[in-house]
Design a protein around this ligand. Structure first.
Ligand code: OGA
Ligand code: NI
Length: 207
């Protein structure tokens, strides 16, 4: 079974235009989400501790974030990863036609937050020249319950905060300059996080 991506893209684009974010449930069909989750679980022990900032500013700091990550590379992507990459490529093209954000590329990584970890309030734009324009988080947590914590909090400027549960199949998409945080997780939390960029990924080191 496949989903009609155009409806999802339209829904996400409308949300971005109206409020700077969109929460899209059932973004992928269950078999594909299951495959991605299986790959994530199989590779989880090889994930690297995530850092803060880039290049010279890169620091490991468990006080700020406790997740482990693994980048999805286009060259070595498996079948389900290729489909996910294509779905984000499609979103990028749709958003470009509607919102003129000049998006050019994207980068995605698996993320694993072990129980008792979090990511303190931050912006995904490390500095003013950051090429990250849209942030995307696709959640892969089966039977997530309120007491499991780990919600994504968005803090749009001058507007009430928004609490988003990281439930299976949900894609959260928001402008990367909106501050946000991941609340304390009371169980392991899995997702694929990514960014749509306004320049080629390879040029990212210039930022
Ligand atoms: C991030 C981030 C949010 C989430 O990786 O920068 O803010 O819900 N993730 O996992
Ligand atoms: Ni973030």
């Amino acid at each position: 079974m496949e989903v009609n991506f155009v409806d999802k893209y339209e829904f996400i684009t409308d949300g971005l235009a109206q409020q700077g974010y969109a929460i899209c449930d059932d973004f992928l069909w269950p078999e594909l989400s299951n495959d991605l989750l299986q790959t994530l679980i199989n590779k989880r022990e090889l994930f690297k501790k995530a850092g803060i900032g880039k290049q010279n500013n890169f620091q490991l700091n468990a006080e700020v974030r406790g997740d482990y990550i693994s980048w999805i590379e286009k060259d070595s992507a498996d079948k389900s990863e290729v489909i996910y990459l294509q779905s984000i490529e499609g979103l990028m093209q749709y958003v470009n036609r509607s919102l003129y954000l000049g998006l050019k590329d994207y980068e995605l990584h698996y993320a694993y937050y072990p129980e008792k970890t979090f990511y303190k309030r931050h912006s995904d734009r490390f500095n003013k020249t950051s090429s990250r324009i849209l942030s995307l988080v696709f959640y892969l947590n089966e039977n997530w319950k309120a007491e499991d914590g780990g919600e994504l909090m968005l803090y749009p400027e001058g507007k009430p905060s928004v609490k988003i549960e990281p439930i299976y199949g949900r894609l959260a998409c928001f402008l990367s300059d909106i501050e946000h945080e991941v609340l304390l997780c009371h169980r392991d939390r899995h997702s694929i996080t990514g960014w749509i960029l306004n320049q080629e990924k390879e040029l990212n080191f210039l930022a």
